[in-house]
Design a protein around this ligand. Structure first.
Ligand SMILES: Cc1cc2nc3c(=O)[nH]c(=O)nc-3n(C[C@H](O)[C@H](O)[C@H](O)COP(=O)(O)O)c2cc1C
Length: 196
């Protein structure tokens, strides 16, 4: 009763949604990915910095280059998912800031002149955007299999450059046979929240 979101949507996004480890052959289209992004791009980031950059691994040749960089246990599902996305943080996001945060265009130089500061901020805010993206995948009626089990330096060299840090690789598609594990417990409210 306390939530404004329709109960069916609550189930789709969270209660019934699971991380997927197997997928059907049904392709994930460019239109679906664009619709997901055009929804979740409205999720907030600090100074509206939008540091997430996504590489869609669509060709068989690119998939072959990606799989060896995944941890052993992640290789089979990364090889067979209909679509795989490499989610990365752009450590040079500040170049876009004057356009993205017109209310305070000086933010670029005032706060983000130093690369280590940008790397920290990009990692946090791109991770937030990655979370929005996962929920957006569920909103499209698809399932996500996010993974951090990979050789980040290997993926960076293979697909990105020095200015981008790979954060999460996400398998995307419709869940296949035995796609998910039984739900593991979540921490209860009382253990997570403190009121002062
Ligand atoms: C950031 C992130 C990294 C993950 N890395 C891996 C991974 O490398 N390999 C894997 O099999 N599962 C990975 N998972 C899946 C988690 O174990 C799974 O999402 C979690 O146990 C919840 O499962 P559920 O959605 O079925 O409740 C990852 C999940 C997230 C969000």
């Amino acid at each position: 009763m306390s939530l404004a979101l329709d109960p069916a949507a609550q189930d789709l996004l969270f209660r019934e949604a699971h991380t997927a480890n197997t997928f059907t052959d049904e392709p994930v289209t460019e239109e679906q990915v664009q619709a997901i992004y055009d929804l979740v791009k409205f999720g907030p980031t600090a100074f509206n910095q939008n540091p997430l950059r996504v590489t869609l691994v669509r060709s068989a040749e690119a998939r072959e280059r990606l799989v060896p960089h995944m941890a052993e246990g992640n290789r089979a599902k990364t090889a067979t998912a209909p679509l795989v996305a490499i989610l990365a943080a752009d450590n040079e996001f500040h170049e876009e800031l004057p356009a993205l945060f017109p209310a305070f265009p000086q933010a670029k130089d005032a706060f983000f002149a130093e690369r280590p500061v940008r790397e920290g901020s990009a990692a946090l805010n791109a991770a937030l955007q990655a979370a929005y993206f996962i929920v957006g995948i569920r909103a499209a009626g698809l399932a996500a299999g996010p993974m951090t089990g990979f050789d980040a330096e290997g993926i960076r060299k293979e697909f990105l450059d020095d200015d981008h840090t790979p954060l999460i690789v996400v398998n995307i598609g419709r869940p296949g046979e035995g796609a998910s594990y039984p739900r593991s417990p979540r921490l209860p409210y009382e253990q997570v929240f403190t009121t002062v």
